[in-house]
Every structure is written in C-alpha cells, then in structure tokens.
Ligand binder design. Structure first.
Ligand SMILES: [Zn+2]
Length: 692
C-alpha cells in the first residue's frame, strides 16, 4: 500500500469512528428530495443520506461499492452508490434517503464529442515562410502537435492570399532517432503570397492564425557594375585544381600565399591483388604489401604440383613470379588446402605478400592454377601516383594573422564534384576584382581568407577515374576477407566522420565502424592525413573565426550541433540564444546572396543545426571546429532541388549534374561565400567597437 492510500484508509476509519452515532437526531431535516423511481433493471448513481453510522457500516460489510468517499453532513452520512431498482427499494426501506440522481445508466453521453474534447491536441507553427523564385511563390511550414506520441495524427495547413483565395495541404510527420520532431512538407507552390495560414489536426486541435514571414528576408548587396565572375568552365580534377592554385599564386603575388598542408595523403594508389583459383569454387586472394605502383603490378603467382611424394609446401619468388609448390602425401597426391597456402604465403613473405582465403573457400583442396597477375586495378593512368600535398590558398592584403580569418574548404567527399568549383570561383572573384572593384578591395583588405578546394584529392582522383560515387579517401583499413577486391569501391574512410568531437568513438550517431560502410569513421579519431590537415591549418591560424565546409547536394545551410547520441537523441551542446540568432541572421544574408544569382532559395526547413535539418553526422569537421577550436563553423550543401513545373515536383540534382548545373551552383554559392566574408568582416567590426 502506498503511503497516500494508507492515509486515505486511516482517514476513512477516523471518519467512521469519530462521527458520533449518538448525535442528536433532531438535526434539522433537509427538505424532502423529489421521489426517485427506477425502472425494473435500471441502474443509477445516487447520492444517499444514510440515517446513521450503523447504516453505513452495514453497507460496507455487505461489500457495497462506494463511488466516492462518504461525507458527514449535519450528523448524517452522505454516500454515492450505484444501485438498481431492487437495491434502491431495500435501502430506502432501511431509512436511506436518495438526495440526488447523479446519472442514470440510460443517460449515455455522446462518447465521441467527449473523447475528442479530452484528446484535442494543440498545434503550433514552428515555421511559416514564403518566397518567390523563378516567378513562382512557395510556402513552407512546420507545425508541432502536442500529441507527440500519436503516429496517426493528420495535420492540414490552410492558406489564404490577399484576394481571398484559399487552399490547403497535408503535412507529414517527421521523426528522428525515434523522437517526434514536427510535421512538415516540402515547399508548396501558391498562386500568390500567403497572408495567413492555420493548421488543424485530426484530433480536433487547431493553431492560431499566423502570418507567414518572407524568407530569407534579407537583401544582398547589389553587384557592382563590371564585377567579374564565371571563372570555371569545366569540372576540375585534383590536377586541374593544383594547376589553378599555382596560376593564381603567380598572377596575384601580392594577395596570395599557397600553404602546403603538413600531412601528405596516401596518394592515388592501392595494393595489387589477384585471385589464385576460381573465387566461385576454391581460391586464395594474394595481395601485395607495397602498393601496385611500387613494382607489384604485374607480379605473377601460380601453384604447381611438385610431382613427387611427401613434399612440404614450398615457394620461390624469382623474376617477379611467385611459385607455390603444393604439399604431397606418400602417394604423390597434392594435400595442401586453401588455408595452408594463405597462411604460408603471409608467413613466408611478410614484406612482399599477404594472402587470405576467399569467402566460401575455407579448408578445401588448393587447386593447381595460374599464373595470375597482381594488379591494383586503378584506371587513372594519367594520375600521379605519389602521395599528394593538399594545398590551401591564403588570400588577403594583410596575411599576418591580424585580420579576421575565414576558411572555406570543400570536397571532403570525393564525389561532390561541384564543390571545388564553388571555392575556386569564390577565390578568384576576390582576386580578379581586387584591382577593379572598390568594394572587393575594401573587403579583401580587411580579412584573411583561407581556401582548401580539395581536402580529399585521392578520393577525388578515384571518383574521376574509377568509381564516380566514391565518397571516402583511398586508405584501406579493412582486414581479412573484406580486403577482397570485389569490395574495392567500398574501401576508405569518410573524412567528415573522422574528427574528434561527437565522434563514433564517443558513441554518437551517423558514422560506422565497418570499413566498408559509406560513413566509416576510421580506425581512430583523426586517423587520416586529410582530416589532420584541416585541423592543422586552423590551429596554425588562430585568427580564423568563421568556416564554411562545402558539400553537395541538396541545398542546405547548417551549423552545430551536428551529432547526437541515439539514446534519448541527446545532441552536442546547443549554441547560445545569441549565437543561434547570429547564425540565423547570417544564414539569411548568405541565403539571400545565393538567391541573387539565379533565384535559388535554400529552404527555411534546410537552414539550421545539422542534427535537426539533415541528420546526425558523428565526428564531422564543423563540430570539430566549433566545439574544439571555437570557430563559427557552418556547412553548405550546394545543389538545391529544382522545381519541375510540369510534374509539380522538386527534383534532386545529384553529386555530378550536367556541367551547366554545376556551373550554376558554383556561381551562386561563390556569391554566398563572398557574403560569408562580409559577415566575418562585420562581426569583427562589431566586436572591436564593443571593446572601444
Ligand atoms: Zn559531403
């Protein structure tokens, strides 16, 4: 029994015992209530006045179900009881007086309306924004219901324009990591600017009427006449990017430094490998320990029958041919198994070869086969194989660390081909317009800009030459059978999951420990040269206060937190209210500048913290820069969806759209990066005037 229940029981006993049964019966008798009759079999909830305490005691002893706690009133006892006609007669015969019929069993309230009233939810607009692009007006809303746990709630938004036109559309429920977030839809086309929206719910709830706000609601600075742009005319490989960096440094020596980042990459290289045997039947995978380009491409491997009894497993490596003489029994029959051969090769030539049994070939007789040629399988014959030096451009009149620093870095993910075009177009706009445009000169004189067009050149080379959807770098951390060459397009580390804050290794969501996963986090935090380079650049230049990590595609503008833990969806710490306001105000400016180019509007629902608007990305670089290094670190996903008027659908553009689209992305997002630099300049100016 709970303490509260115990207290109630004690109180009941007190009530029963304290009320003196001998209280004078002459206490003023209330006026007689109207007579109560019940039809045969009808039941009612009735409040009775009992003549004395003994009558109550009798009821309790009979097991009567007292519907409410008995109360004492003027010496009598009031009880609420459910009785039928027979019990009513019995009680009145014992002196009980019915005082009030609370409810008859025949009185059934309208269940539905009562239920709805009890369960009606409350709706609230989290966002209601409109904008116009390409001559079309769009509305986007997010609505939260208080019925967060009911997956069947349907929410409808109704809009009205100034001329009285109305329409409505349903929202869809959005959950993340099992937690209800809100209801939303993609932006909806409207005939004109909406002046009012309301939301209603299938549970009967309704929102207040809301006036949608204009998005992004900022005006970009006018482009000066004669402003030069359009510096990219094709997709650019890492070789092209390196050549462009070199050219810019030569052309603008007073404005540019080239920074060689400290960690060389592995290079566009891989070990050489061959199946010894038929992988569908019985095979051993033989792999070189050095890379293929280090003299191992073209090396041959074979197994032979020694043709003599009682021979041990043996090998020779001569003239780039590895010959494996299999073991025989007393009758001269070959007895080596696949396991024997794999273990023998690995042990015998640890500097040159490693071998493992193909999946499904364990413990079977080793076939006589070969020779087969080891090969790294790389198709990019024109690509330099050596470890790569990742480079940054440093742009500014004063490059001594005294000016506010801004970092733009792109192509952490190899397949995002449009992203180095964005950062290079941005860099060249600053440089080319310096001599001819006073506003550019004033801007460049007041800041210190760092640009890393290609963080992941090895992966980019692989994406351009071998497998265009390559996302990761080229470092293969797999062991055992996941090194099978059939998985060659799945090796590598996701660099934007390899950082130290909110990482996979810390238990955050959105990265993997599987070496074949697209979001493989690496063997440890910062295990990769490329992620180490980003951190090294920022640490070496503590004036960097703002950073933009440029990805594709989808059309997002995001900031921390970028990760949460699955259990309870606990994110990294939220920015303060002041910071969040600065982020959103800056986003509005930058989104507005992006839209100036060809009308592309990044959606309000895609503007916000990574963890809220996209997904959890454990160990991403923006979180590293923000939480570890104190930088306002944001992310672009360039390549916004395009509205198809014919199908009335938003269509994705992908990682490698036709060049015209990639060119458009480079132009509009370069404009966004220029505005980012203005944001940095204005923030620094505001902070220095605060100090004065
Ligand atoms: Zn990406």
């Amino acid at each position: 029994m709970s303490s509260r229940a115990r207290w109630v029981a004690v109180a009941t006993v007190l009530a029963l015992t304290v009320v003196p049964a001998a209280l004078p019966a002459q206490a003023a008798a209330p006026e007689d209530p109207p007579a109560l009759t019940l039809a045969s079999g009808e039941a009612a909830l009735v409040r009775f006045r009992l003549p004395d305490e003994a009558a109550l005691q009798r009821l309790v002893n009979q097991g009567a179900d007292l519907a409410a706690r008995p109360r004492n009133q003027a010496g009598a006892v009031l009880v609420d009881l459910v009785v039928d006609d027979r019990q009513l007669a019995e009680l009145t015969g014992q002196g009980a007086v019915p005082m009030q019929v609370i409810q008859r069993s025949s009185q059934r309230p309208q269940l539905r309306t009562q239920l709805q009233a009890a369960q009606a939810d409350t709706l609230q607009f989290l966002q209601a924004y409109w904008w116009t692009t390409g001559g079309k007006t769009f509305l986007q809303t997010q609505v939260a219901t208080t019925a967060t746990d009911d997956p069947d709630v349907e929410i409808t938004v109704t809009w009205r324009t100034a001329d009285g036109t109305t329409g409505s559309f349903p929202l869809v429920r959005f959950e993340d990591s099992g937690e209800y977030q809100y209801h939303y839809t993609l932006p909806r086309p409207l005939p004109a600017k909406p002046v009012q929206v309301t939301a209603t719910s299938s549970l009967g709830g309704a929102s207040r009427a809301v006036t949608p706000a204009a998005w992004p609601g900022a005006t970009p600075p006018a482009t000066p006449s004669g402003y030069q742009k359009d510096f990219v005319d094709a997709y650019m490989t890492p070789v092209d990017v390196r050549a462009r960096i070199k050219r810019l440094a030569r052309q603008y020596p007073n404005l540019v430094d080239v920074i060689n980042l400290p960690n060389k990459t592995q290079g566009y290289r891989r070990t050489a490998v061959a199946y010894l045997g038929n992988p569908a039947a019985a095979a051993v995978v033989v792999e070189s320990v050095p890379f293929g380009d280090q003299g191992m491409n073209g090396v041959q491997v074979r197994t032979v029958d020694p043709g003599l009894p009682n021979r041990p497993l043996a090998a020779t490596y001569r003239d780039r041919v590895l010959t494996l003489r299999l073991a025989t029994d007393a009758g001269g029959k070959v007895i080596s198994t696949t396991d024997d051969v794999a273990a023998f090769v690995t042990a015998r030539y640890p500097q040159r070869f490693r071998a493992f049994v193909e999946d499904g070939s364990a413990g079977v007789p080793m076939p006589i086969t070969g020779p087969v040629r080891l090969d790294d399988g790389l198709k990019g014959t024109e690509v330099p194989k050596a470890p790569w030096t990742v480079q940054a451009l440093r742009i500014g009149k004063v490059r001594d660390g005294s000016k506010p620093g801004v970092l733009a870095y792109s192509q952490e993910h190899a397949r995002e081909w449009a992203t180095p075009l964005v950062t290079l177009e941005f860099a060249e706009r600053l440089l080319a317009n310096y001599a001819t445009d006073a506003t550019t000169r004033e801007l460049v004189d007041s800041v210190d800009v760092f640009v890393v067009p290609t963080v992941n050149p090895d992966g980019a080379n692989y994406s351009f030459n071998d497998y265009n959807f390559q996302r990761k770098n080229m470092v293969n951390h797999c062991t055992g059978t996941s090194r099978d060459p059939r998985y060659r397009d799945s090796w590598g580390v996701d660099l934007n999951r390899n950082y130290t804050v909110g990482s996979f290794f810390d238990g955050y969501v959105g990265a993997s420990g599987n070496c074949l996963s697209g979001t493989y986090a690496g063997t440890a935090e910062l295990s990769e040269a490329e992620s180490g380079n980003v951190v090294a650049l920022v640490k070496a230049h503590p004036n960097i206060g703002l950073a933009m990590n440029v990805h594709s595609y989808g059309g997002y503008f995001m900031w921390p937190p970028g990760a949460y833990k699955a259990d309870g969806r606990v994110t990294l710490p939220r920015p303060t209210i002041d910071e969040s306001k600065f982020f959103l105000d800056s986003a509005r400016r930058i989104v507005s500048a992006i839209s100036a180019e060809r009308g592309t509007v990044t959606w309000p629902s895609y503007t916000g913290p990574v963890a809220d608007v996209l997904y959890s990305a454990a160990g991403n670089s923006a979180d590293e820069l923000y939480y570890q290094l104190g930088i306002d670190a944001w992310d672009f996903e360039v390549g916004n969806d395009r509205w198809n008027e014919t199908t009335q659908q938003w269509e994705g553009v992908g990682f490698q759209p036709p060049f015209d689209e990639a060119h458009g992305e480079s132009q509009e997002y370069a404009g966004g990066l220029v505005e980012l630099v203005r944001v940095a300049r204005d923030k620094a100016a505001a902070e220095s005037s605060d100090r004065e």
